[in-house]
Write a protein that binds this ligand. Sequence first.
Ligand code: 0L1
Ligand code: MG
Length: 261
Amino acid sequence: MMIKKDINMIASVIAHHQKKAVELEKITSKYLDITLEDAYLIQKEYIAKAIEAGDQSVGWKMGLTSLAKQRSVGVNQPIYGRLLKSMEITGEILNLKGLIHPRVEPELAFFVKKELKGPNVQEQDVWEATGCIAPALEVIDSRYKDFSFSHMDVVADNASSARFILSGLSLPPGQYNWDEIDVVMKKNNRVVQEGRSSAVLGHPVQSIIKLVHMLAVSGLGIEPGSWVLTGGMTEAVQVENGDHLSIEFCGLDTMQVHVRP
Ligand code: 0L1
Ligand code: MG
């Protein structure tokens, strides 16, 4: 395991690249022995610094929750990241300032109203703790050059979290089959991705269970009042200035994104 001084130093380098939107060489090319525990400590360190400086914690994101996404980046298990208020976009405009090579993906977000903590949490506990569910979009933006990284690199880079948009809907958990939500993503009026919520570990509720179990390893849990992005229902779509995205969560909502300089 790394010493605290190195954790803090790497955390401040990554935070700088995130803030300035400047590409970064993989940290594992310099620090060969970095462990998964170190990578999560690096993530935790700069998020704590941001909160000390006035930002607020909003919740968590799960990443790499589908086999297709795991295969596309060569990492064979889900990862988590932390969401801050400063990452949230309200409205339909995605401003590319502060982003390097952003990609957008459709997700289902769970609002957790009761603490979920510990290695024994099961599906029933998650449903009892879920206040509502909302269609959402995540904007991922790996800070690594060419979106190329290892498991430890991407965890240290907050699982590529950059921005997120909640649809504003608060849907009752018991009213829909959350593994049967189809999604169609159009970019500039052309269908570019189609998928279904079962792509997220078979059912998005499994993503929450997995997150709780992963957090339990570090003695952490999901705090009441947290949003959790459960993972991409399709591959992420690259965007650039001038693009317009229309993302239909069939039977629920259609979200729009206008990409601007
Ligand atoms: O949210 C995600 O599934 C992305 C996790 C990190 C991998 C990537 O940046 O593509
Ligand atoms: Mg995601």
